[in-house]
Design a protein around this ligand. Structure first.
Ligand code: NAD
Length: 356
């Protein structure tokens, strides 16, 4: 497995491989940038087909976190952790304590929180070993807790801004919206969309999650391999990444794509493919920043949930600026967003040396 000439290696500052013999924990933490502050990004637990797939994921996700945190105006760099799940290393308090010790050994250069496959409870065990953790249970109106409802709020507001820009309507009433994945974020998003009058089409590979969604809300369930091609106005990817590709894009009927999943585009060129089909793509890391905004406010302390919500309320204006620049310069939205993020990181690098 090559690292420095890996196709997703992008000037990452450091990459750390951890193994704990007692629990079987195998984890990779990638620190992409600390130019704006400690590298922050969630921890994902996933059953990867190979170690190389895990490395690919963590390299891409950590760079995405650098961009996400920069565009969200946070004093955080970008990093990510992945745990390679298998039968030998089931979830346990001791496994998460081992992860906590791994994070502690990085001396605050990386701050973790929940991502796919991880819960608030798991983070409590991480916290026993390190202070560099967020997304912990909250109390009262303080910032913190499970970030996914706030991620869903940001996606909802971003999706509305994209609908306004592409379809020219303020209202979601009677719009058909396909949500891929009704997990933590997807289900919360469905609730908000339903309350706004949208008609929902959903799919999930997890039957229990699908049952929860269809018992609570009036949804049309389709097979996972049909969801992307549903005859809908909006597609909201809320499962995993790499779904917008040269193979899938020609068959997508939605006119707007706005969802929570990280790394929705398989390659940068896929943004141009969407633009060529006049599908408005809301860059994933701009719309899904609600969770990390919450995590940042919790980590730096002294914020209320109201302040977090106000900050998440700025996602639409950031998106609108990206849409406007994309229009004026005739470039895809993902390219405009990436350039904006790189400009912010470069200015941070000039101002202060890295570090927590
Ligand atoms: P989750 O694990 O709770 O939910 C993901 C859901 O997608 C699961 O129900 C899973 O079964 C389903 N799924 C997986 N593959 C699928 C497929 N091919 N078709 C349909 N469904 C499929 O995760 P989550 O926390 O809701 O996160 C969803 C996405 O949003 C992830 O990409 C995550 O990285 C991203 N994200 C999450 C947050 C957050 O606050 N949780 C923040 C930013 C970005």
């Amino acid at each position: 497995m090559s690292v420095f000439d890996h196709r997703e290696f992008d000037q990452h500052e450091s990459i750390h491989f951890f193994h704990d013999a007692d629990t079987g924990l195998r984890a990779i933490i990638a620190i992409h940038s600390t130019a704006l502050g400690p590298a922050a990004g969630g921890c994902r637990r996933w059953r990867y087909a190979s170690d190389n797939d895990a490395l690919t994921d963590v390299l891409r996700l950590s760079r995405g976190m650098t961009y996400k945190n920069a565009v969200a105006g946070l004093k955080l760099g970008g990093g990510k952790a992945v745990i390679l799940a298998d039968e030998q290393s089931p979830k346990s308090p001791e496994l998460f304590r081992a992860l906590g010790r791994a994070i502690e050994s990085l001396n605050g250069h990386y701050v973790t929180a929940e991502d796919v496959g991880i819960t608030v409870d798991d983070m409590r065990y991480v916290e026993e070993e390190t202070e560099y953790v967020s997304g912990l249970p909250k109390s009262g109106n303080s910032a913190g807790g499970d970030p996914s409802p706030l991620t869903a709020l940001g996606v909802f507001l971003g999706l509305k801004a994209a609908v306004r820009a592409r379809l020219g309507t303020e209202s979601l009433a009677d719009l058909k919206i396909a949500v891929q994945g009704v997990g933590h974020v997807g289900l919360n998003l469905c609730r908000l969309l339903h309350d706004a009058g949208a008609k929902l089409v959903v799919a999930d590979v997890n039957r229990a999650n699908l049952r929860l969604a269809s018992e609570e809300l009036p949804v049309t369930v389709v097979a996972p391999n049909e969801l992307l091609y549903s005859d809908v106005d909006v597609l909201a990817p809320c499962a995993l990444g790499n779904i917008l590709t040269s193979v899938t894009i020609p068959h997508i009927k939605a006119k707007v794509i706005a969802g929570a999943a990280n790394n929705q585009l398989a390659t940068e060129q896929d943004g141009a493919r969407l633009a060529a089909r006049n599908i408005l793509y809301a860059p994933d890391y701009v719309v899904n920043a609600g969770g990390i905004i919450n995590v940042a406010h919790e980590y730096f302390g002294h914020s209320s949930e109201d302040e977090v919500r106000a900050e998440i309320g700025r996602i639409p204006e950031r998106l609108e600026a990206i849409f406007a620049e994309a229009n004026e310069t005739d470039r895809p939205t993902n390219v405009v967003a990436d350039e904006l993020a790189r400009r912010i990181v470069a200015s941070g690098r000039q101002k202060s040396p890295a570090g927590p």
